[in-house]
Design a protein around this ligand. Structure first.
Ligand code: NAD
Length: 503
């Protein structure tokens, strides 16, 4: 645990220039110790105006606007190289700021590198197909940039969520104004320095730390922002969708979840136990896709739960820089308190806390925002804790009778983000995969993620998808072009015979 915190300069990036923001300072905490890592000044609505104006100019500059796809790909490769070269320091910074285990933040940085490379590769390999003509004309679709994209990110996986927005938005030829979450601005600011230094033309990226209700709101309302890509809570996303509707602005919303993970009676129990634990307790449960509702076949339920509880008690809760750590602290003491309040609610609703249910008693962890991995059962799926997103290391376990009962319970949720199925019978798995209302289904695995597979939620988990080849189209406008090929006079042309002047 010899990691050293290196502060990032307290400067926002506005339209290609670094300068200190005028707003009040936010204290950025190390959730593992409660110590203040550093302070970061908050931007304001005027900074949004400037960032959008400079972004619009940069996006319209022929030096960027007229680049061919393979030329734009070079910028994305240069960013990927820069992020890769700084991987260790970025992962360390993110572990300090979010408390996540270093092994997880290393994977997040690698995923950001992969995201820039993937969208560079999509640019290099994209085809411009002619659409099928239904008359005497040629017709095709031209994808054009939208202009300036507003990107609003949550605190749980900053570098990965930043990359998932910045890479496809730049690939499509846009400029980006990014607002990181209040608690975790450091990695986004460090990433922005790498991007600027990699040679991206000035003004194409602005990074404005600040409050959601000030900077985020100003981005959404700004007339110069052509699309908002938002990842965060469902209530915030709904408010953004309302404002976007007034502007008739497209939005993509990646929102909350309460994902079911389902263990059928023929599952490989050891694999399922490991997958269920990883699905909920990695990242301390602060993952939109966390498998936070566990459904186990009635015939397996008691035995499975006993073993799961025993294995969960063995998980190591500790500092993310410790190699042995499975479960790090929560991102902030306030968030830990909100998770603890949900567990109190579960008790009040009549639930049985099978393990966890409090803060660790290790005195070395006393100042951090830790909470023990917690499993609760004895509640119906209608209980508030089974319906609301807790976003912490809290698993609600429920039995199911048969497939219909499982589908009814799993789908009885306002959310529809992810799901997991553990069974040896591929027919049952595929049948369930069809019936479960979720944007992602994992079968005999959980939280496996590929940038090439589109990701998005249904129901109140979101609108639109990110990732995949279509990820670039989400930041583009499609324009249909028709080229007339007919020699026949137009029916509205004067009926004079054509004079053939040739020869
Ligand atoms: P949040 O909604 O509180 O904040 C997300 C971002 O929105 C922050 O940058 C915040 O400052 C900003 N914001 C807040 N109010 C705003 C407003 N009025 N206008 C514009 N921006 C505003 O969410 P959070 O607590 O940071 O993140 C946790 C949530 O994010 C969870 O619900 C989680 O499920 C969700 N999430 C979803 C995904 C996904 O891909 N579906 C991924 C990660 C996190």
């Amino acid at each position: 645990m010899s990691a050293v915190f290196v502060p990032v300069p307290d400067e926002m990036l506005v339209g290609g220039k670094w300068r200190q923001a005028d707003g009040p300072k936010t204290r950025v905490l190390d959730p593992a110790t409660g110590a203040v890592l550093q302070e970061i000044s908050q931007s304001c609505a005027d900074d949004v105006d400037e960032a959008v104006a400079r972004g619009a100019e940069a996006a319209a500059d022929p030096g960027w606007r007229d680049l061919l796809p393979h030329q734009r790909a070079r910028y994305l490769h240069a960013i990927a190289d820069a992020v890769e070269a700084a991987a260790d320091s970025l992962a360390t910074l993110q572990s300090f700021n979010t408390g996540k285990a270093l092994r997880e933040t290393r994977a997040l940085v690698a995923s950001a590198v992969g995201t820039f490379r993937y969208f560079a590769a999509v640019l290099e390999t994209s085809d411009e197909a002619k659409t099928t003509s239904r008359g005497e004309y040629l017709t095709w679709v031209k994808q054009e940039p939208i202009g300036v994209i507003g990107a609003i990110a949550p605190w749980n996986s900053p570098i990965a969520s930043d990359a998932q927005k910045i890479a496809p938005a730049l690939a499509a030829g846009n400029a980006v104004v990014l607002k990181p979450a209040e608690w975790t601005p450091l990695v986004s600011l460090a990433l922005a320095r790498l991007i600027v230094d990699s040679g991206l033309p000035a003004g194409l990226l602005s990074v404005l730390p600040g409050r959601g209700s000030v900077v985020g709101d100003a981005i959404v309302r700004h007339p110069g922002i052509g699309k908002v890509s938002f990842t965060g809570g469902t209530d915030t996303g709904r408010g953004i969708a309302h404002l976007a509707a007034e502007k008739l602005m497209p939005v993509s919303l990646e929102l909350g979840g309460k994902s079911p993970t389902m263990v059928l009676d023929d599952a490989d129990v050891e694999q399922a136990i490991a997958g269920v634990m990883y699905g909920i307790f990695s990242s301390s449960g602060q993952s939109c896709i966390a498998g936070s509702r566990l459904f186990v076949a009635e015939s397996l339920y008691d035995d499975f739960l006993d073993r799961l509880v025993e294995r969960t008690r063995q998980l190591v809760v500790g500092n993310g820089f410790d190699d042995a750590t499975h479960v790090g602290p929560l991102v902030h003491p306030k968030h830990r308190d909100s998770v603890a309040a949900y567990v109190d609610l579960a008790r009040a609703e009549g639930g049985t806390v099978r393990c966890g249910g409090g803060v660790p008693d290790d005195p070395r962890l006393a100042d951090g925002a830790y909470y023990l991995p917690t499993i609760i059962d004895g509640l119906a799926n209608s209980a508030r804790v089974c319906q609301e997103e807790i976003f912490g290391p809290v698993l609600l376990a429920l039995p199911f009778r048969d497939e219909d009962d499982l589908v009814a319970q799993a789908n009885d949720s306002v959310f529809g983000l992810a799901s997991g199925i553990w069974t040896r019978d591929y027919r049952r798995a595929l049948r369930l995969a069809d019936r479960i209302q979720a944007g992602t289904v994992w079968i005999n695995t959980y939280k496996a993620f590929s940038i090439s597979t589109p990701f998005g939620g249904i129901k109140e988990s979101g609108l639109d998808t990110e990732k995949g080849r279509e990820g670039i189209a989400a930041y583009s406008r499609a324009k249909g072009v028709y080229l007339g090929m007919s020699d026949t006079p137009h029916p509205w042309a004067p009926r004079t015979p054509r004079v053939d002047t040739a020869g």
